[in-house]
Ligand binder design. Sequence first.
Ligand SMILES: N[C@@H](CCC(=O)N[C@@H](CS)C(=O)NCC(=O)O)C(=O)O
Length: 221
Amino acid sequence: MSAILYGANVSPFVRKVRAYLALKGIDYTLEPVNPFDPPAGYRDISPLGKIPAWRDDDVTLADSSVILLYLERRHPAPPLYPRGDAAWAQALWLEEYIDSGFMPKAGGGVFFPLVLGPMMQQPVTDEVRAKVDQVIADDLQPMWAYLESQLGDGEFFVGDALSIADLAVASAHVNLWHAGVDVDAATYPRLAAFLARQFAGATFQPLIDEEAGTWSRRDNA
Ligand SMILES: N[C@@H](CCC(=O)N[C@@H](CS)C(=O)NCC(=O)O)C(=O)O
């Protein structure tokens, strides 16, 4: 059977997996799941009720990082995890930094109030916007500074090849792009250039195009 990825295309964790699948040329079907209104039995596949989840002939799995580590063992080419031990660990660390540190702030603090809220009759009032700006100033700015420092002068976050770290960083920032929040190129030139390259590239551009009509708030941000 064709493998199934359960989730919503706007989830940064689902998008990270989709970017990986595209790079590997792995065939799959995206089965829409809203984690806040999941289909009956979804917890049999994803015990925490979160997206993404994955099913193929051999396994059902939850958690984007677990799914990708599993897929990397089955589809090692082209490698999307660095070979060296230290580089491998650094890539995993950056993925974790994004998934557990950055996304809770960028998602709950920015994407939800600016994009999902208005879709659920929760307008972006001055008070809401002020809270978002506070999250950007207090939480995202230091994380952007950290990411800028980790990027160095290279094209990629770890070593000289694309890795899971790059997919995680780029995917997370697509949600901010939908919200109309950009990384300031004057303050974080390497990060801004990295994101511009990734967003315009063959992996992320089709995903962004697919999502933009539904999720992008750039016109009224
Ligand atoms: N560590 C998980 C995080 C997944 C996650 O938090 N997904 C969100 C959607 S972006 C979700 O399902 N939220 C619903 C919930 O927390 O109940 C992963 O990497 O897959």
